[in-house]
Design a protein around this ligand. Structure first.
Ligand SMILES: Cc1cc2nc3c(=O)[nH]c(=O)nc-3n(C[C@H](O)[C@H](O)[C@H](O)COP(=O)(O)OP(=O)(O)OC[C@H]3O[C@@H](n4cnc5c(N)ncnc54)[C@H](O)[C@@H]3O)c2cc1C
Length: 439
């Protein structure tokens, strides 16, 4: 689906409850009371659609990219929190038990604790969830524990808010609106069931096995997995999967890793994994034969279908992983487009896949530019970092600015590279970037 259509669908779904309330026949209340209800309804609709914006659905992240999906998820969650926070404080009508003759709740607010308790709990839980997510890095526990708490907490908060909406919501007395709320909540719950129950069941039917684990560079490993009695994965070079090594497919111990092999190289998949934390530090001890499960492919970092006259691949450190997949695919398929691969590292020991890089550099029209911040004596490549000055030199020829630029690396380097390329006159739609950050 086209990203604009996706945006239209999002706005449509989020606004449907408000539109129904607006066009309903209930007698109007004061401006402030309507505003308060509107803020609450909008917040709830945004929260429910957040489940689809979790980054696990290709229909969304496959169109707008993982980075954009996650940034939108965060932005919308914060907006929903602000709307939810102001919701109870905007009301002006007296909060007493509704008069028996005020069935439309026009002159009074429900003051019935049976309808309010769930709203108060949902309100508090939402506050905790968003704040917790913003400050996750400051709390010392496993990422997976946080992610599980975030998903379950969000579902409980949505359930509480649904109860409050149906019991206290003036407009939810309309059965159509009540059904819409219930349907949206069911959809949100189903997204979790889909990711954590249905997909694992499908993974059981297409198991993989670790074929080899080899050192690839300083504190980095190449892990190769092969399909067991099935044809493998249909993917594009540069995409990533959620990889689960040695656990049940129902386990939450799965991590996103880019595929560094090329589709043209056969059904086995290879990954380049850098030691970073509790899981990645154990990768070197994983034995061949270990069962593996994957969820994917995901991601939009791919040159397939792009018509630009050339390709620039710019990687920082482990960001080379998906770009290796693209480079290998170009090599194996004899892609005639000119290409430059720029690969920055701190030291020489961090350089991965040297043989493939060297082989690629010998192809006509292909160039590999290695950059080291701390080069050893006799270093033949460039020295320093991948910065604006270097990019200006490499892409000085105006025709190169019409190329497709594919970037992957640490967030700081990517921000600086994107700014530099745009400063050089590269159109933003010709820059693809992935930040290796899923939160
Ligand atoms: C799209 C994408 C592609 C990636 N490709 C590669 C790659 O090819 N090679 C590579 O070395 N790294 C890659 N990464 C990063 C890799 O996923 C993390 O380094 C790894 O998950 C860290 O796990 P840990 O338990 O060792 O580290 P921890 O110290 O537990 O976590 C470090 C950080 O990694 C992230 N993280 C940890 N666990 C998970 C998880 N289960 N799911 C999502 N994020 C998590 C969190 O932001 C966390 O703060 C990629 C990340 C993304 C989002």
């Amino acid at each position: 689906m086209n990203p604009r259509l996706l945006l239209g669908l999002y706005v449509g779904v989020v606004l449907v409850p408000l539109a129904l309330a607006w066009t309903g026949t209930r007698p109007p209340r004061s401006f402030w009371d309507e505003l308060a209800t509107g803020a609450g309804m909008l917040a709830f609709a945004v929260i429910l659609v957040e489940f689809v914006l979790s980054g696990r659905f290709r229909a969304v992240s496959g169109r707008i990219g993982m980075d954009v999906t996650m940034r939108l998820h965060q932005l919308f969650a914060r907006s929903a929190l602000v709307l939810a926070l102001v919701h109870p404080f905007l009301y002006r009508a007296p909060s007493i038990r509704p008069y028996p003759w005020d069935a439309t709740r026009r002159l009074t607010l429900m003051h019935d604790f049976g309808a309010l308790w769930s709203g108060i709990l949902g309100w508090l839980l939402l506050f905790v969830l968003v704040l917790h997510a913003i400050h996750r890095d400051r709390i010392d526990y496993r990422y997976e524990t946080w992610r599980m708490m975030h998903g379950i907490g969000a579902l409980i908060a949505a359930g509480l808010i649904l109860h409050h909406t149906l019991k206290a919501g003036r407009y939810s007395a309309d059965p159509v609106l009540a059904w819409i709320w219930t349907g949206l909540f069911a959809l949100a719950a189903l997204t979790l069931a889909h990711v954590y129950l249905l997909r694992p069941v499908l993974q059981l039917r297409a198991p993989w096995r670790v074929a080899s684990v080899r050192p690839a560079a300083l504190r980095s490993w190449e892990v190769v997995i092969e399909p067991q009695d099935h044809a493998g994965l249909n993917y594009e070079a540069g995409q990533f999967v959620w990889l689960n090594l040695g656990n049940s497919p129902f386990s939450i111990l799965e991590h996103p890793f880019s595929i560094s092999s090329a589709p043209a190289s056969g059904p086995a998949l290879s990954f380049l994994i850098k030691e970073l934390g509790d899981f990645t530090s154990t990768v070197g001890s994983i034995m061949p034969g270990t069962p593996a499960h994957i969820d994917g492919p995901h991601g939009t970092l791919t040159i397939k279908g792009r018509t630009e006259p050339g390709v620039a691949l710019i990687a920082g450190g482990i960001g080379i992983a998906p770009l290796l997949g693209i480079m290998r695919q170009m090599h194996l398929t004899g892609d005639p487009r000119p290409a430059v691969l720029v690969y920055g590292n701190r030291t020489e020991a961090q350089i991965a896949a040297r043989d493939d890089l060297a082989a690629f550099a010998t192809l006509p029209g292909k160039e590999v530019v290695q950059v080291l911040a701390e080069p050893p004596p006799g270093w033949q490549g460039r020295t320093g970092v991948v910065d604006e000055a270097l990019l200006r030199k490499l892409f000085a020829d105006p025709s190169r600015r019409q190329w497709l630029f594919v970037l992957c690396g640490p967030p700081k380097m990517l921000d600086a590279t994107e700014d530099a390329l745009i400063g050089l006159g590269v159109a933003p739609e010709r820059i693809l970037a992935e930040r290796f950050q899923y939160d």
